[in-house]
Design a protein around this ligand. Structure first.
Ligand code: NZQ
Ligand code: ZN
Length: 380
């Protein structure tokens, strides 16, 4: 294991009816900016529960944080927060609302353009924020990351800020999710785990088992959950899996990849494809490209997650990649670039952007623009 420092300060509050706890968790003297997406919270009772819980608080509402939140929208929320002198933020929604609110929390304390903070990659001074999660996927409810887009330049970058002080996860709030969002959420969670697991073998037995445990849980529940999105027990498993997939618990002392995400962000920026939908295309292509290097881990993964034990090393590695892609297809998602209308110009543009930024992704920092191009060629 490599050296590490681990601290996750987010208090998790889980279960039916727990939104009422907001009143206990937010200090009474706070002026709260509550942020929302496009309105799904009005169809599932979440808005009413939040409003009831916050009776007696000074509250300002900001609506309209879109999927893949844009700095252009968030600048409006920052102005509203400054104008009202808010000193606490509550994000109510999916990963986009929580991510966007992380930038708002930093932007209110910053005099310049909030995009500077994104480009810097880190925001240190922030107002406290908390979350009510309605879409299991990103892990944003229990991590410090956020991914922000800029419409003007068609860019999408990650930056790091602070964790929510607490997050409320009530699985029944997810019952109104469209099936496509459930599929993308399962895929996103699965690939978060893979980004931290499908790297160098023999780093930590414990991290491997935890990661495999999340992957196996997702494989087990996916067939039922994609049909029956109102099953509380299954949604609970899914919601907790998504949080555990990206809150640092499976990343202790191990190296991480994240190339699939970085390439996926470009596909979203350039084509507007949903985050999880980009990942299920890129990851099988990445595994096909880096199969030789990743063989040892692919064999372990194939055996422990998919029960693949027969055949030569190469055949078993191939089967593990095929199983992964067919799992994504079983969720109803497209796994090839041609199916989502992405052609060669985009591949060339992503290579150009990465070369210009001199990137080196992956656990060894060797996924350059040129390697990314090969990966995308293998996603056709
Ligand atoms: O905007 P509303 O009306 O709320 O509708 C949303 C949105 O249209 C809807 N939705 C959310 N909860 C619902 C619901 N509809 C019905 N019932 C509910 N209970 O779902 C749509 C998608 O929401 P969004 O928040 O965009 O999805 P997700 O949670 O997948 O977030 C995606 C964003 O997170 C970033 C992605 O890049 C993307 O920008 N990520 C953030 C990460 C992090 N902070 O650590 C890591 C991830 O890898 C990811 O990159
Ligand atoms: Zn993701």
């Amino acid at each position: 294991m490599e050296n590490f420092i681990f601290q996750n300060p987010t208090k998790l509050i889980f279960g039916k009816g727990m939104i009422a706890n907001l009143a206990k968790e937010i200090p009474q003297d706070k002026r709260v900016l509550v942020t929302f997406g496009g309105g799904s919270v009005k169809t599932n009772g979440v808005y009413e529960q939040v409003k009831t819980a916050l009776q007696g608080f000074e509250v300002v509402e900001f609506w309209g944080i879109e999927s893949n939140p844009s700095v252009e929208t968030l600048q409006k929320a920052i102005a509203l927060g400054k104008e009202n002198k808010v000193d606490f933020l509550l994000a109510v929604g999916g990963g986009s609302v929580i991510d966007g609110t992380k930038l708002i929390a930093a932007g209110i304390l910053y005099d310049g353009d909030a995009w500077d903070l994104v480009l810097k990659g880190q925001a240190i001074d922030t107002l406290p924020l908390a979350a009510v999660l309605t879409l299991p996927a990103t892990g944003s409810e229990m991590n410090a990351g956020a991914v922000i887009s800029r419409k003007e330049t068609v860019e999408k970058f990650a930056f790091f800020s602070k964790n929510p002080v607490f997050s409320i996860l009530d699985p029944s709030t997810t019952f109104t999710l469209p099936k496509y969002q459930v599929a993308c959420g399962i895929a996103d969670t699965y690939i978060h785990v893979m980004e931290q697991y499908m790297t160098t073998p023999n780093q930590s037995k414990l991290m491997d088992r935890w990661a495999e445990g999340i992957l196996q849980t997702l494989v087990e529940i996916a067939p039922s959950i994609t049909k029956d999105t109102e099953n509380y027990a299954l949604m609970s498993e899914f919601m907790l899996s998504a949080t555990m997939g990206l809150n640092g618990f499976i990343a202790m002392g191990v190296r991480q990849d994240w190339a699939t995400h970085m390439i996926g962000h470009e596909l979203t920026a350039l084509h507007g494809i949903t985050h999880g939908g980009t990942l299920v295309i890129v990851m099988p292509g990445l595994l096909r490209t880096l199969k030789t290097k990743k063989t040892a881990k692919l064999l372990q993964y194939g055996e422990r997650v998919w029960g693949i034990t027969a055949g030569s090393d190469e055949e078993r590695a191939d089967q593990a990649i095929e199983k992964t892609e067919s799992f994504f297809r079983s969720l109803g998602l497209a796994t090839r670039l041609g199916e989502v209308g992405v052609g060669d110009e985009t591949i060339v543009e992503i290579e150009r952007r990465f070369n210009k930024r001199k990137v080196g992704f992956g656990e060894d920092g060797d996924i350059t623009g040129t390697v990314s191009r090969q990966i995308l060629e293998n996603c056709k």
